[in-house]
Ligand binder design. Structure first.
Ligand SMILES: *[C@@H]1O[C@H](CO)[C@@H](O)[C@H](O)[C@H]1NC(C)=O
Ligand SMILES: *[C@@H]1O[C@H](CO)[C@@H](O)[C@H](O)[C@H]1NC(C)=O
Ligand SMILES: *[C@@H]1O[C@H](CO)[C@@H](O)[C@H](O)[C@H]1NC(C)=O
Ligand SMILES: *[C@@H]1O[C@H](CO)[C@@H](O)[C@H](O)[C@H]1NC(C)=O
Length: 333
């Protein structure tokens, strides 16, 4: 049901690429080396990111910038980020975590905002889906990405209030582009996305959420429940926050706070038949609130597999899946 609605909206909005206003940019070209992140401190809040959630090793153990670490579909950025977590990367807990936090005096939690990012992993130092990972999350977990959770630990899940809404095949080497669509006035969040260089289309209509941020609690990084002696590499690029109207195309120009994002090659289409290449499975139902109950309900959750192709958007292969309510797993900030 939800998925069908999302597809209808996607067709309506796919052709628009009007640019909003950049309120904060997290592009990694800003830094000449990872060591520059250490210039930031609570008493000297400089740069684009706060860097304090990390392990005890040198920053170069956790953070690297390189052109090969970005989505090549984003022309307006030179470097992407390779973010590493490993057994040394614990901070205030046993969780493995390396996280960057926006450094800005701007209010990132008012009106209509779009939180943009692109995410990739590879077969080398691949994230271990045996464990829950909280990815690009807000402190309160009103929205985030996760792997390693029900209903399918191998997939990338978009969650609202810790409850999975959509799952994506989490294919190594594939760039997943997303924008959290957050209406802080209405208290709702939705999701836009694509793969590769394709423009974003709406994947999920906005749903109610406890949207809030103190403008320094969006964790650009990963908190993981891993146990072991290996490490994991995560690739992130195209990070910025936009107010007003969503830019659906990937960037072809640099970002200036207060300016408009310059859209990429996918932006000119005014048709509604845009290929996103992204496949998602909806797991939403009428009861979307996470609870801490451990009752393993067998409530049937309607789930529809949707595939967006280059010529048509059709809901196909409707499947039923059943899964118990997940326990809400929260971690200290
Ligand atoms: C971290 O490593 C870099 C590169 O090897 C080096 O320049 C820097 O001094 C190191 N920083 C610390 C705090 O050891
Ligand atoms: C992932 O975790 C599982 C469970 O602990 C473990 O058996 C497996 O070896 C891990 N994978 C890697 C690549 O370390
Ligand atoms: C879980 O997701 C993976 C990746 O999309 C897929 O290959 C696998 O078939 C899924 N497993 C189940 C039980 O649906
Ligand atoms: C955000 O919510 C407010 C209040 O419901 C509404 O007036 C506004 O149109 C919404 N903005 C968007 C972009 O949907």
């Amino acid at each position: 049901m939800i998925a069908a609605v999302a597809l209808a909206l996607g067709s309506l909005f796919a052709g628009f690429a009007h640019a909003g206003t950049v309120v904060w940019t997290g592009d990694f070209d800003y830094y000449s080396s990872p060591n520059d992140l250490n210039l930031w401190s609570w008493s000297s809040e400089v740069g684009e990111y706060q860097y304090y959630i990390h392990g005890s090793e040198n920053v170069t153990s956790y953070i690297a910038f390189d052109p090969s670490y970005k989505n090549p579909g984003i022309a307006g950025e030179t470097n992407g980020l390779k973010l590493t977590i490993d057994p040394t990367s614990t901070w205030n807990s046993a969780f493995w975590r390396t996280e960057l936090i926006p450094q800005t005096t701007a209010n990132l939690g008012v009106g209509q905002m779009y939180y943009h990012f692109s995410l990739m992993h590879n077969t080398v130092n691949t994230p271990n889906t045996s464990y829950e990972h909280q990815v690009l999350f807000f402190e309160s977990h009103f929205t985030e990405m996760k792997i390693g959770i029900s209903p399918n630990a191998s997939q990338l899940s978009w969650c609202v209030q810790s409850t999975p809404q959509l799952e994506f095949a989490w294919t190594p080497g594939t760039w997943y582009n997303f924008a959290y669509d957050i209406n802080f006035t209405a208290g709702t969040v939705g999701l836009w996305g694509s793969t590769g260089s394709s423009p974003l289309t709406r994947l999920a209509a906005n749903v109610a959420a406890s949207t809030s941020t103190n403008s320094e609690d969006w964790h650009v990084g990963v908190l993981a429940f891993d146990v072991g002696t290996y490490k994991e590499d995560w690739y992130i690029s195209g990070v910025y926050i936009e107010s007003g109207t969503l830019t659906t195309s990937l960037l072809s120009g640099g970002l200036t706070v207060g300016g408009s994002p310059v859209g990429g090659t996918g932006s000119s289409s005014t048709t509604s038949t845009t290929s996103t290449g992204i496949t998602s499975t909806s797991t939403t139902s009428s009861s979307t609130k996470a609870t801490t109950t451990t009752t393993s309900t067998t409530t049937s959750k309607a789930s529809t597999t949707t595939t967006v192709s280059s010529t048509t958007s059709s809901a196909s292969g409707a499947t039923q899946s059943e899964w118990g309510q997940i326990g809400s797993v929260s971690a200290p900030g």
